[in-house]
Every structure is written in C-alpha cells, then in structure tokens.
Write a protein of this length. Structure first.
Length: 71
C-alpha cells in the first residue's frame, strides 16, 4: 500500500523545497495531484508557485479540493 491508502499507481515528486517542508506530488496521469506540507498552513507564495508548476504540466488546478485544518 502506498502513502495515500487505497490509491495505486506511480506517484511522482514534481517539486520539493530545499528544507523538505512542501512537496508537489503528481499521479501518473493528470487525474491526481497533491500539495503536501509538514504544517497545517502553506504560505501563499509556495501555494501559488506550486500551482503554477502544476498548471504548466497541464493540471486543472481550479478543480483541486482544499483541506482546511482549522484556525
């Protein structure tokens, strides 16, 4: 089983910051995309930069589902 539970397939690290705090992970097709963080909040500049990278690959970032972890 991989990191995401019951989803199987090739996951690719597309971007990773120098301190390993944030990662942009893509599935083998343009259907799956994750922005992972070691904290509950991602700075806006990181979010926008990672989304720009995802869009340049062909992901429809407006369809992403965002998880909020409270205040």
């Amino acid at each position: 089983m991989n990191l995401y539970g019951y989803f199987y397939g090739g996951d690719n690290v597309i971007r990773l910051d120098k301190d390993y705090q944030y990662a942009l992970i893509a599935g083998s097709k343009l259907k799956y995309l994750w922005i992972l963080s070691r904290t509950t909040n991602i700075p806006d500049d990181i979010t926008e930069s990672y989304l720009a990278t995802a869009r340049s690959i062909g992901y429809k970032t407006e369809e992403l589902i965002w998880v909020y972890h409270g205040e």
